[in-house]
Design a protein around this ligand. Sequence first.
Ligand code: SF4
Length: 441
Amino acid sequence: MDEITIPKISFVSLGCPKALVDSERIITKLRAEGYELARTHAGADVVVVNTCGFLDSARAESLAAIGDALNQNGRVIVTGCLGAEPEIIREAHPSVLAVTGPQRYEEVIAAVHAAAPPRHDPFLDLVPPEGIKLTPRHYAYLKISEGCNHRCTFCIIPKLRGDLVSRPAADVLREAERLVAAGVKELLVISQDTSAYGVDIKYAASRWKDRNLRARFLDLASALAELGAWVRLHYVYPYPHVDDVIPLMAEGKVLPYLDIPFQHGSPAVLKRMRRPGRQEKTLARIENWREQLPDLTLRSTFIVGFPGETDGEFEELLAFVEEAQLDRVGCFQYEPVRGAAANAIAAPVADDVKEQRYARFMQKQQTISAKRLKKKVGTRQAVIIDKVENGAAIGRTRGDAPEIDGVVHLSAWRPLKVGEIATVKIERADAYDLHGTVVGF
Ligand code: SF4
């Protein structure tokens, strides 16, 4: 009898949560066709590398990952953001089997079929209906749209991924329902610009359950809230209609958490960046949100050393973060990404100046973040358990997103399970994390 061989794929997923969602889709499809995931490149029939092409450092990482896969296996298919520029990949690694761009799921699958034909077997075609997730089982990213209609001068995403394409609301809801039915307790809503959701399809309604659901940011958020999982909103811009979601947060339907990439605090720099949203009103808006919802957690990212950034503009940025008192902040030194319009706008800021500004910014923000975290000491917080290892458990409050924010180190009178939500008395805070004891469930 012939030995049964099952085609095996090794998969490398680089880049942001959005790329991770693409990887999950490709893997789900391949698993449904009977492919297996290999533990090592060497043990696979073919390697798929999902690349990131946003920053030069990410491109270098992607090219290195392709090189590793070629050395260890030799049969490599490249997809993802860097795949939008095949000449770069082919120049560095002429022997790759195929190169496809972001979201070209069918092309990736076709390339896999050509390299390692699928073996049809009804017993192998079993894949859980919720798909394969690369993130832990209790939280999942939910991509609601792709691409972006803005043209921020430092960003090449619209070039790589095109203009905004929103998914119909019913599609998003059905995926969310499947995830929740499979045990997901937290949905992380992502896109390039979550607050612009539905603009491209003129907020068209689609049929979900017994009603027509419009593709509007607010309608989608409230429908997702009905599923009973935590709903966390990422990549929201401060458009006026974002104010409408605050009452949903106050009612406990959506997590009191907003991830808003402000990028700068100087109106002149924001103008040069061509950022969306009415930035001049941002501080007043934050104040208003906090009045309605005192425990709102605000996360943001900033860029220091944007071309032409003067000392005065940098001081404005520091004054902005002092005033805004944000909870969690990430900061990047400007990197001249190839193809970004910003590179030609003004003279680059010298590397040592960027470095100094970065250090000053981080120092200031660390003090603010630590002060805000300290306010939680003595309070009771709902905490979702992320990890249990050798009796020690780590979780997150409603104010902490996985992978980017802080954690809570827990002690408890009984063993905790990953994915359960406990009430925790917060006893101590350090620079980024909290420590507490479980007092209930
Ligand atoms: S909003 Fe700006 S930074 Fe964000 S994806 Fe669109 S163009 Fe890029």
